[in-house]
Design a protein around this ligand. Sequence first.
Ligand code: ARG
Length: 271
Amino acid sequence: MRTASARRYLMCPPAHFAVTYSINPWMDPAKPVDLQLALAQWEDLVARQRSLGHTVELLEPDPALPDMVFAANGALVVDGRVLGARFAYPQRSGEATAQRRWFRAHGFTDYHLPEHVNEGEGDFAVTRSWILAGRGFRSSPESHAEAQEYLGRPVIGLDLVDPRFYHLDTALCVLDDSTDTDVMYYPAAFSPGSRDVLARLFPDAVLAAEEDALALGLNAVSDGRHVLLPQGAAGLAAPLRARGFEPIPMDLTELLKGGGSVKCCTLELRD
Ligand code: ARG
């Protein structure tokens, strides 16, 4: 039996969500988005987190920033210290500023304005002792050193090689951050060397099959016990249960059109 711990998250309603440009293979501006449905699905996610006892803080959506619902990309917060984001594409750069404003207004005095491109929790995942960091599509390798220096935790760089899994959080999920052992990931999203690193660090990991990875099943959020994940990733339920986790499928099909799901919408405030 696993133990949940109370979390605090920052989320942004998809009030202005749209796919008007394409910066990842999931985004097709020709495919219509049902905004009302996107909002309802996102509200469900918030309600579910709150019903599990977690706190959800809200970020004010900006009509000029259609990807702002993917709040996880705007920062990385560890021990109350905020590493700001610097987005790879200009379409999203305003999101870093909006989040910076939020952190300033909410008592986070320790904020680092980054020099190198990093997309926050999109490419950084936190275990008990380490920070796992993706590179190859968005966050730069230099941002890993910058994160390590600012946060004082060892950062382990991992090379992403498949454009469909352009952020680390589309390919790997930390299931229990009170350990350095419990993660799930999709091996083929990583370079051979990074796959060896992951196998060495996490010999007992849940390995996702391609179809579950393609349903963005790794884009999940865990409180140490409950794992909220896209409902399409049905194959992950059994291995998660076998390890004592409780999978909770969420319907976020509209947000999938932007290339994101549960985790992308959820920035954890580790303060
Ligand atoms: N449309 C957004 C982008 O391509 C989606 C971001 C999804 N977030 C994530 N953490 N993977 O930047």
